[in-house]
Design a protein. Structure first.
Length: 277
């Protein structure tokens, strides 16, 4: 199996064997959870982190990340490819907590754009920090929202001629959410690296609360018991991918998808995996 598959499988195994089972009041589901899970994937060496132990969506995380780069909260572009965020949309068709909106506009500062500009001028800078969580309004009885960001901050650094990303996540549903988030942020890392003219390096993923919901326990056991010999997957980005994403180029989604689909031969889907809302 791929390096990412092995890492992911070991985390699921650890949660299912050592995780603390408690009731999650918000969803009404029990979870098995562990704090402070961190892992790394070297994208250049180990390949792009897409799960092959079960079939996972490819188009929707690509479209989502391309949409995030645009800095939008209007969902028109996103809904041409996926309706997965529809349950969380406001009546006006927007997602106020959109990660891309938070990165580009919400705080009155284009954090993502400024971070890229900074690393272009000063590659050794350690100031490439992008925040998604709004401490004035997220959680703690702030403005009611249908969802609030789980990945709440990430950093980008150039070390040794490679772009590294550290993504920090307050809460990750390890069966459905984590593989999706890891795919999307690794794609963002690769697009930024391409823009900066450096190679993609290590993707680090830190989770404050890594959990498996009770309605996913059987699926988790299935994942633990699976194995394959899938070769590593190499992402070949189209030229100027980040710029094309910013320009809302719909063809970009299909081009990235075609590249990954040609290499993706996962084990069968696992049935009955429903999101715990």
């Amino acid at each position: 199996m791929t390096t990412f598959d092995a890492i992911y499988q070991n985390i699921i195994k650890k949660i299912m064997s050592k995780g603390v089972e408690e009731l999650n009041e918000r969803t009404g589901h029990k979870t098995k959870a562990l704090p402070g899970i961190t892992f790394q994937v070297d994208i250049e060496r180990d390949g792009f982190p897409v799960l092959t132990l079960r079939k996972q969506p490819l188009k929707s995380p690509i479209a989502e990340q391309v949409w995030f780069v645009q800095g939008e909260k209007d969902t028109t572009f996103l809904r041409k490819f996926t309706k997965m965020w529809d349950p969380f949309m406001e009546s006006d068709g927007t997602l106020p907590f959109s990660y891309g909106w938070r990165w580009r506009n919400h705080f009155g500062r284009n954090q993502l754009g400024k971070a890229i500009e900074l690393l272009e001028k000063e590659p050794s800078s350690r100031h490439g920090v992008i925040i998604t969580w709004d401490p004035k309004d997220d959680g703690y009885g702030g403005t009611p929202k249908k969802n609030i960001p789980c990945p709440f901050a990430y950093t980008i650094n150039i070390i040794g001629g490679r772009l590294h990303m550290h993504n920090i996540v307050r809460s990750n549903d390890m069966i459905l959410g984590a593989p999706f988030d890891i795919f999307g942020f690794a794609l963002l890392q690769c697009m930024i690296a391409q823009r900066l003219g450096v190679r993609p390096g290590i993707y680090t993923h830190t989770i404050s609360n890594a959990h498996v919901y009770d309605n996913h326990y059987e699926g988790a056991k299935e994942i633990i018991g699976r194995t394959n010999d899938h070769p590593k997957i190499e992402l070949h980005l189209p030229k100027d991918a980040l710029k094309r994403a910013e320009q809302k180029d719909e063809n970009l989604v299909g081009e990235i998808l075609s590249d990954l689909q040609a290499q993706y031969n996962p084990l069968p889907p696992i049935g009955g995996l429903e999101i715990a809302l």
